[in-house]
Design a protein around this ligand. Structure first.
Ligand code: AMP
Length: 282
C-alpha cells in the first residue's frame, strides 16, 4: 500500500482516504462520495482494530462481510481497498501508541478506557501507510472527529481532515454497523436517540435554556420506562477541549451513548449557542 501510494503521488495524483471497520452502510458511502469530491484516487481501509476494543467489548462479534463490502466499494468507485490483518498491523512485540490527552477524558473515553488510544494509534499508522492528501471521518463519531483533528494539528500530520454529516434512517436513527444487533422493535424505538438530541437543540435554541443540567434532566426523561434502554451518558461539552460544561456558550456538542438491548449506540449534534454578551464598559 505504501509503495502504491508513493507511485500514485509520483504521478501527481491526490489520494482521499476513508478509514472504516467494514460492514459498510450508507454512512460510509457518503464519506466515500466526499472523498471523491476532494481527491483523484479514493482508498478505503477495512480493518476491525483490536486496539480500540476493551476486553469485554464486541470485537469477536463485530459484524463483518468483506464480499459485500468489496461489491459496495466497486459500485461506489473506490479505487483501492486496504484490508490488512492483525499480524501486519500489530506484529509481535508491537510497542508504540499515540494518546491525545484531555479530549479523550470524558464521554466515550470514560466508558471505554483505552478506546481512543487505539483509534489514534491506528489512524496514525493508516495515515503513514496510505499517505493520503485528505481523509474523511463522520460526525456520527463526534468525539472521535474532534480527537483526530487535534492529533493532526498537534503532530503536524500533513493530511486534511474532512468531517462529513451523520447519515440517518428516515426515523432519525444514525446508521451504524452496530444497528445489526437491534431487534426490529428496538430499531424502531431507537429513533428516541435522535429525538433526544432534537429536544436538547429545541430547549437551547428556541427556549433559551442554557443550563446543561436542566437540559440533560429533560432529555433523560425520554429514556424512562423503556426497559430495553439504559443511559451510559448524556453530556454537553465544548468542542475545543471536550470538557463537560454547565453554562452553554459558543460551539457545543450534545452527545449521548445509550445501551439498547445488546448494542451500545452513540449519537451527537453540534449546536452554535450565541456567545455570552460582554457588557459594554462606559
Ligand atoms: P466505522 O466503520 O463505524 O468505524 O466508521 C467508519 C467511519 O464512518 C467513521 O469516520 C464514522 O464516523 C463514519 N460513520 C459511521 N456511521 C456514520 C453515519 N451514520 N453517518 C456518517 N458517517 C458515519
Amino acid at each position: 500500500m505504501q509503495q502504491l501510494s508513493a507511485s500514485l503521488k509520483a504521478e501527481g495524483k491526490t489520494i482521499g482516504f476513508v478509514p472504516t471497520m467494514g460492514y459498510l452502510h450508507d454512512g460510509h458511502l457518503s464519506l466515500i462520495k466526499t472523498a471523491h469530491a476532494g481527491a483523484q484516487v479514493v482508498v478505503v481501509s477495512i480493518y476491525v482494530n483490536p486496539a480500540q476494543f476493551g476486553p469485554s467489548e464486541d470485537l469477536s462479534n463485530y459484524p463483518r462481510d468483506i464480499e459485500r463490502d468489496q461489491l459496495l466499494c466497486r459500485e461506489n468507485g473506490v479505487d483501492i481497498i486496504f484490508y490488512p490483518d492483525d499480524g501486519q498491523m500489530y506484529p509481535d512485540a508491537y510497542a508504540t501508541y499515540v494518546d491525545v490527552e484531555g479530549l479523550t477524558q470524558h464521554l466515550c473515553g470514560a466508558t471505554r478506557p483505552g478506546h481512543f488510544r487505539g483509534v489514534t494509534t491506528i489512524v496514525n499508522k493508516l495515515f503513514n501507510i496510505v499517505q493520503p492528501d485528505c481523509a474523511v471521518f463522520g460526525q456520527k463519531d463526534g468525539q472521535q472527529a474532534l480527537v483526530i483533528k487535534k492529533m493532526v494539528k498537534d503532530l503536524h500530520i500533513p493530511v486534511q481532515i474532512i468531517i462529513a454529516p451523520t447519515i440517518r434512517e428516515k426515523n432519525g436513527l444514525a446508521l451504524s454497523s452496530r444497528n445489526k444487533y437491534l431487534t426490529p422493535k428496538q430499531r424502531k424505538e431507537a429513533s428516541v436517540l435522535y429525538k433526544a438530541l432534537q429536544l436538547g437543540e429545541h430547549l437551547i435554541l428556541d427556549k433559551g435554556e442554557l443550563k446543561a443540567s436542566v437540559i440533560i434532566d429533560e432529555i433523560s426523561k425520554l429514556f424512562q420506562n423503556k426497559p430495553d434502554f439504559t443511559i451510559d451518558y448524556i453530556t454537553i461539552v465544548d468542542t475545543l477541549k471536550v470538557q463537560p460544561i454547565e453554562h452553554l456558550s459558543g460551539e457545543i456538542m450534545l452527545a449521548l451513548a445509550i445501551y439498547v438491548g445488546k448494542a451500545r449506540l452513540i449519537d451527537n449534534i453540534i449546536i452554535q449557542v450565541p456567545r455570552d454578551q460582554i457588557p459594554e464598559i462606559h
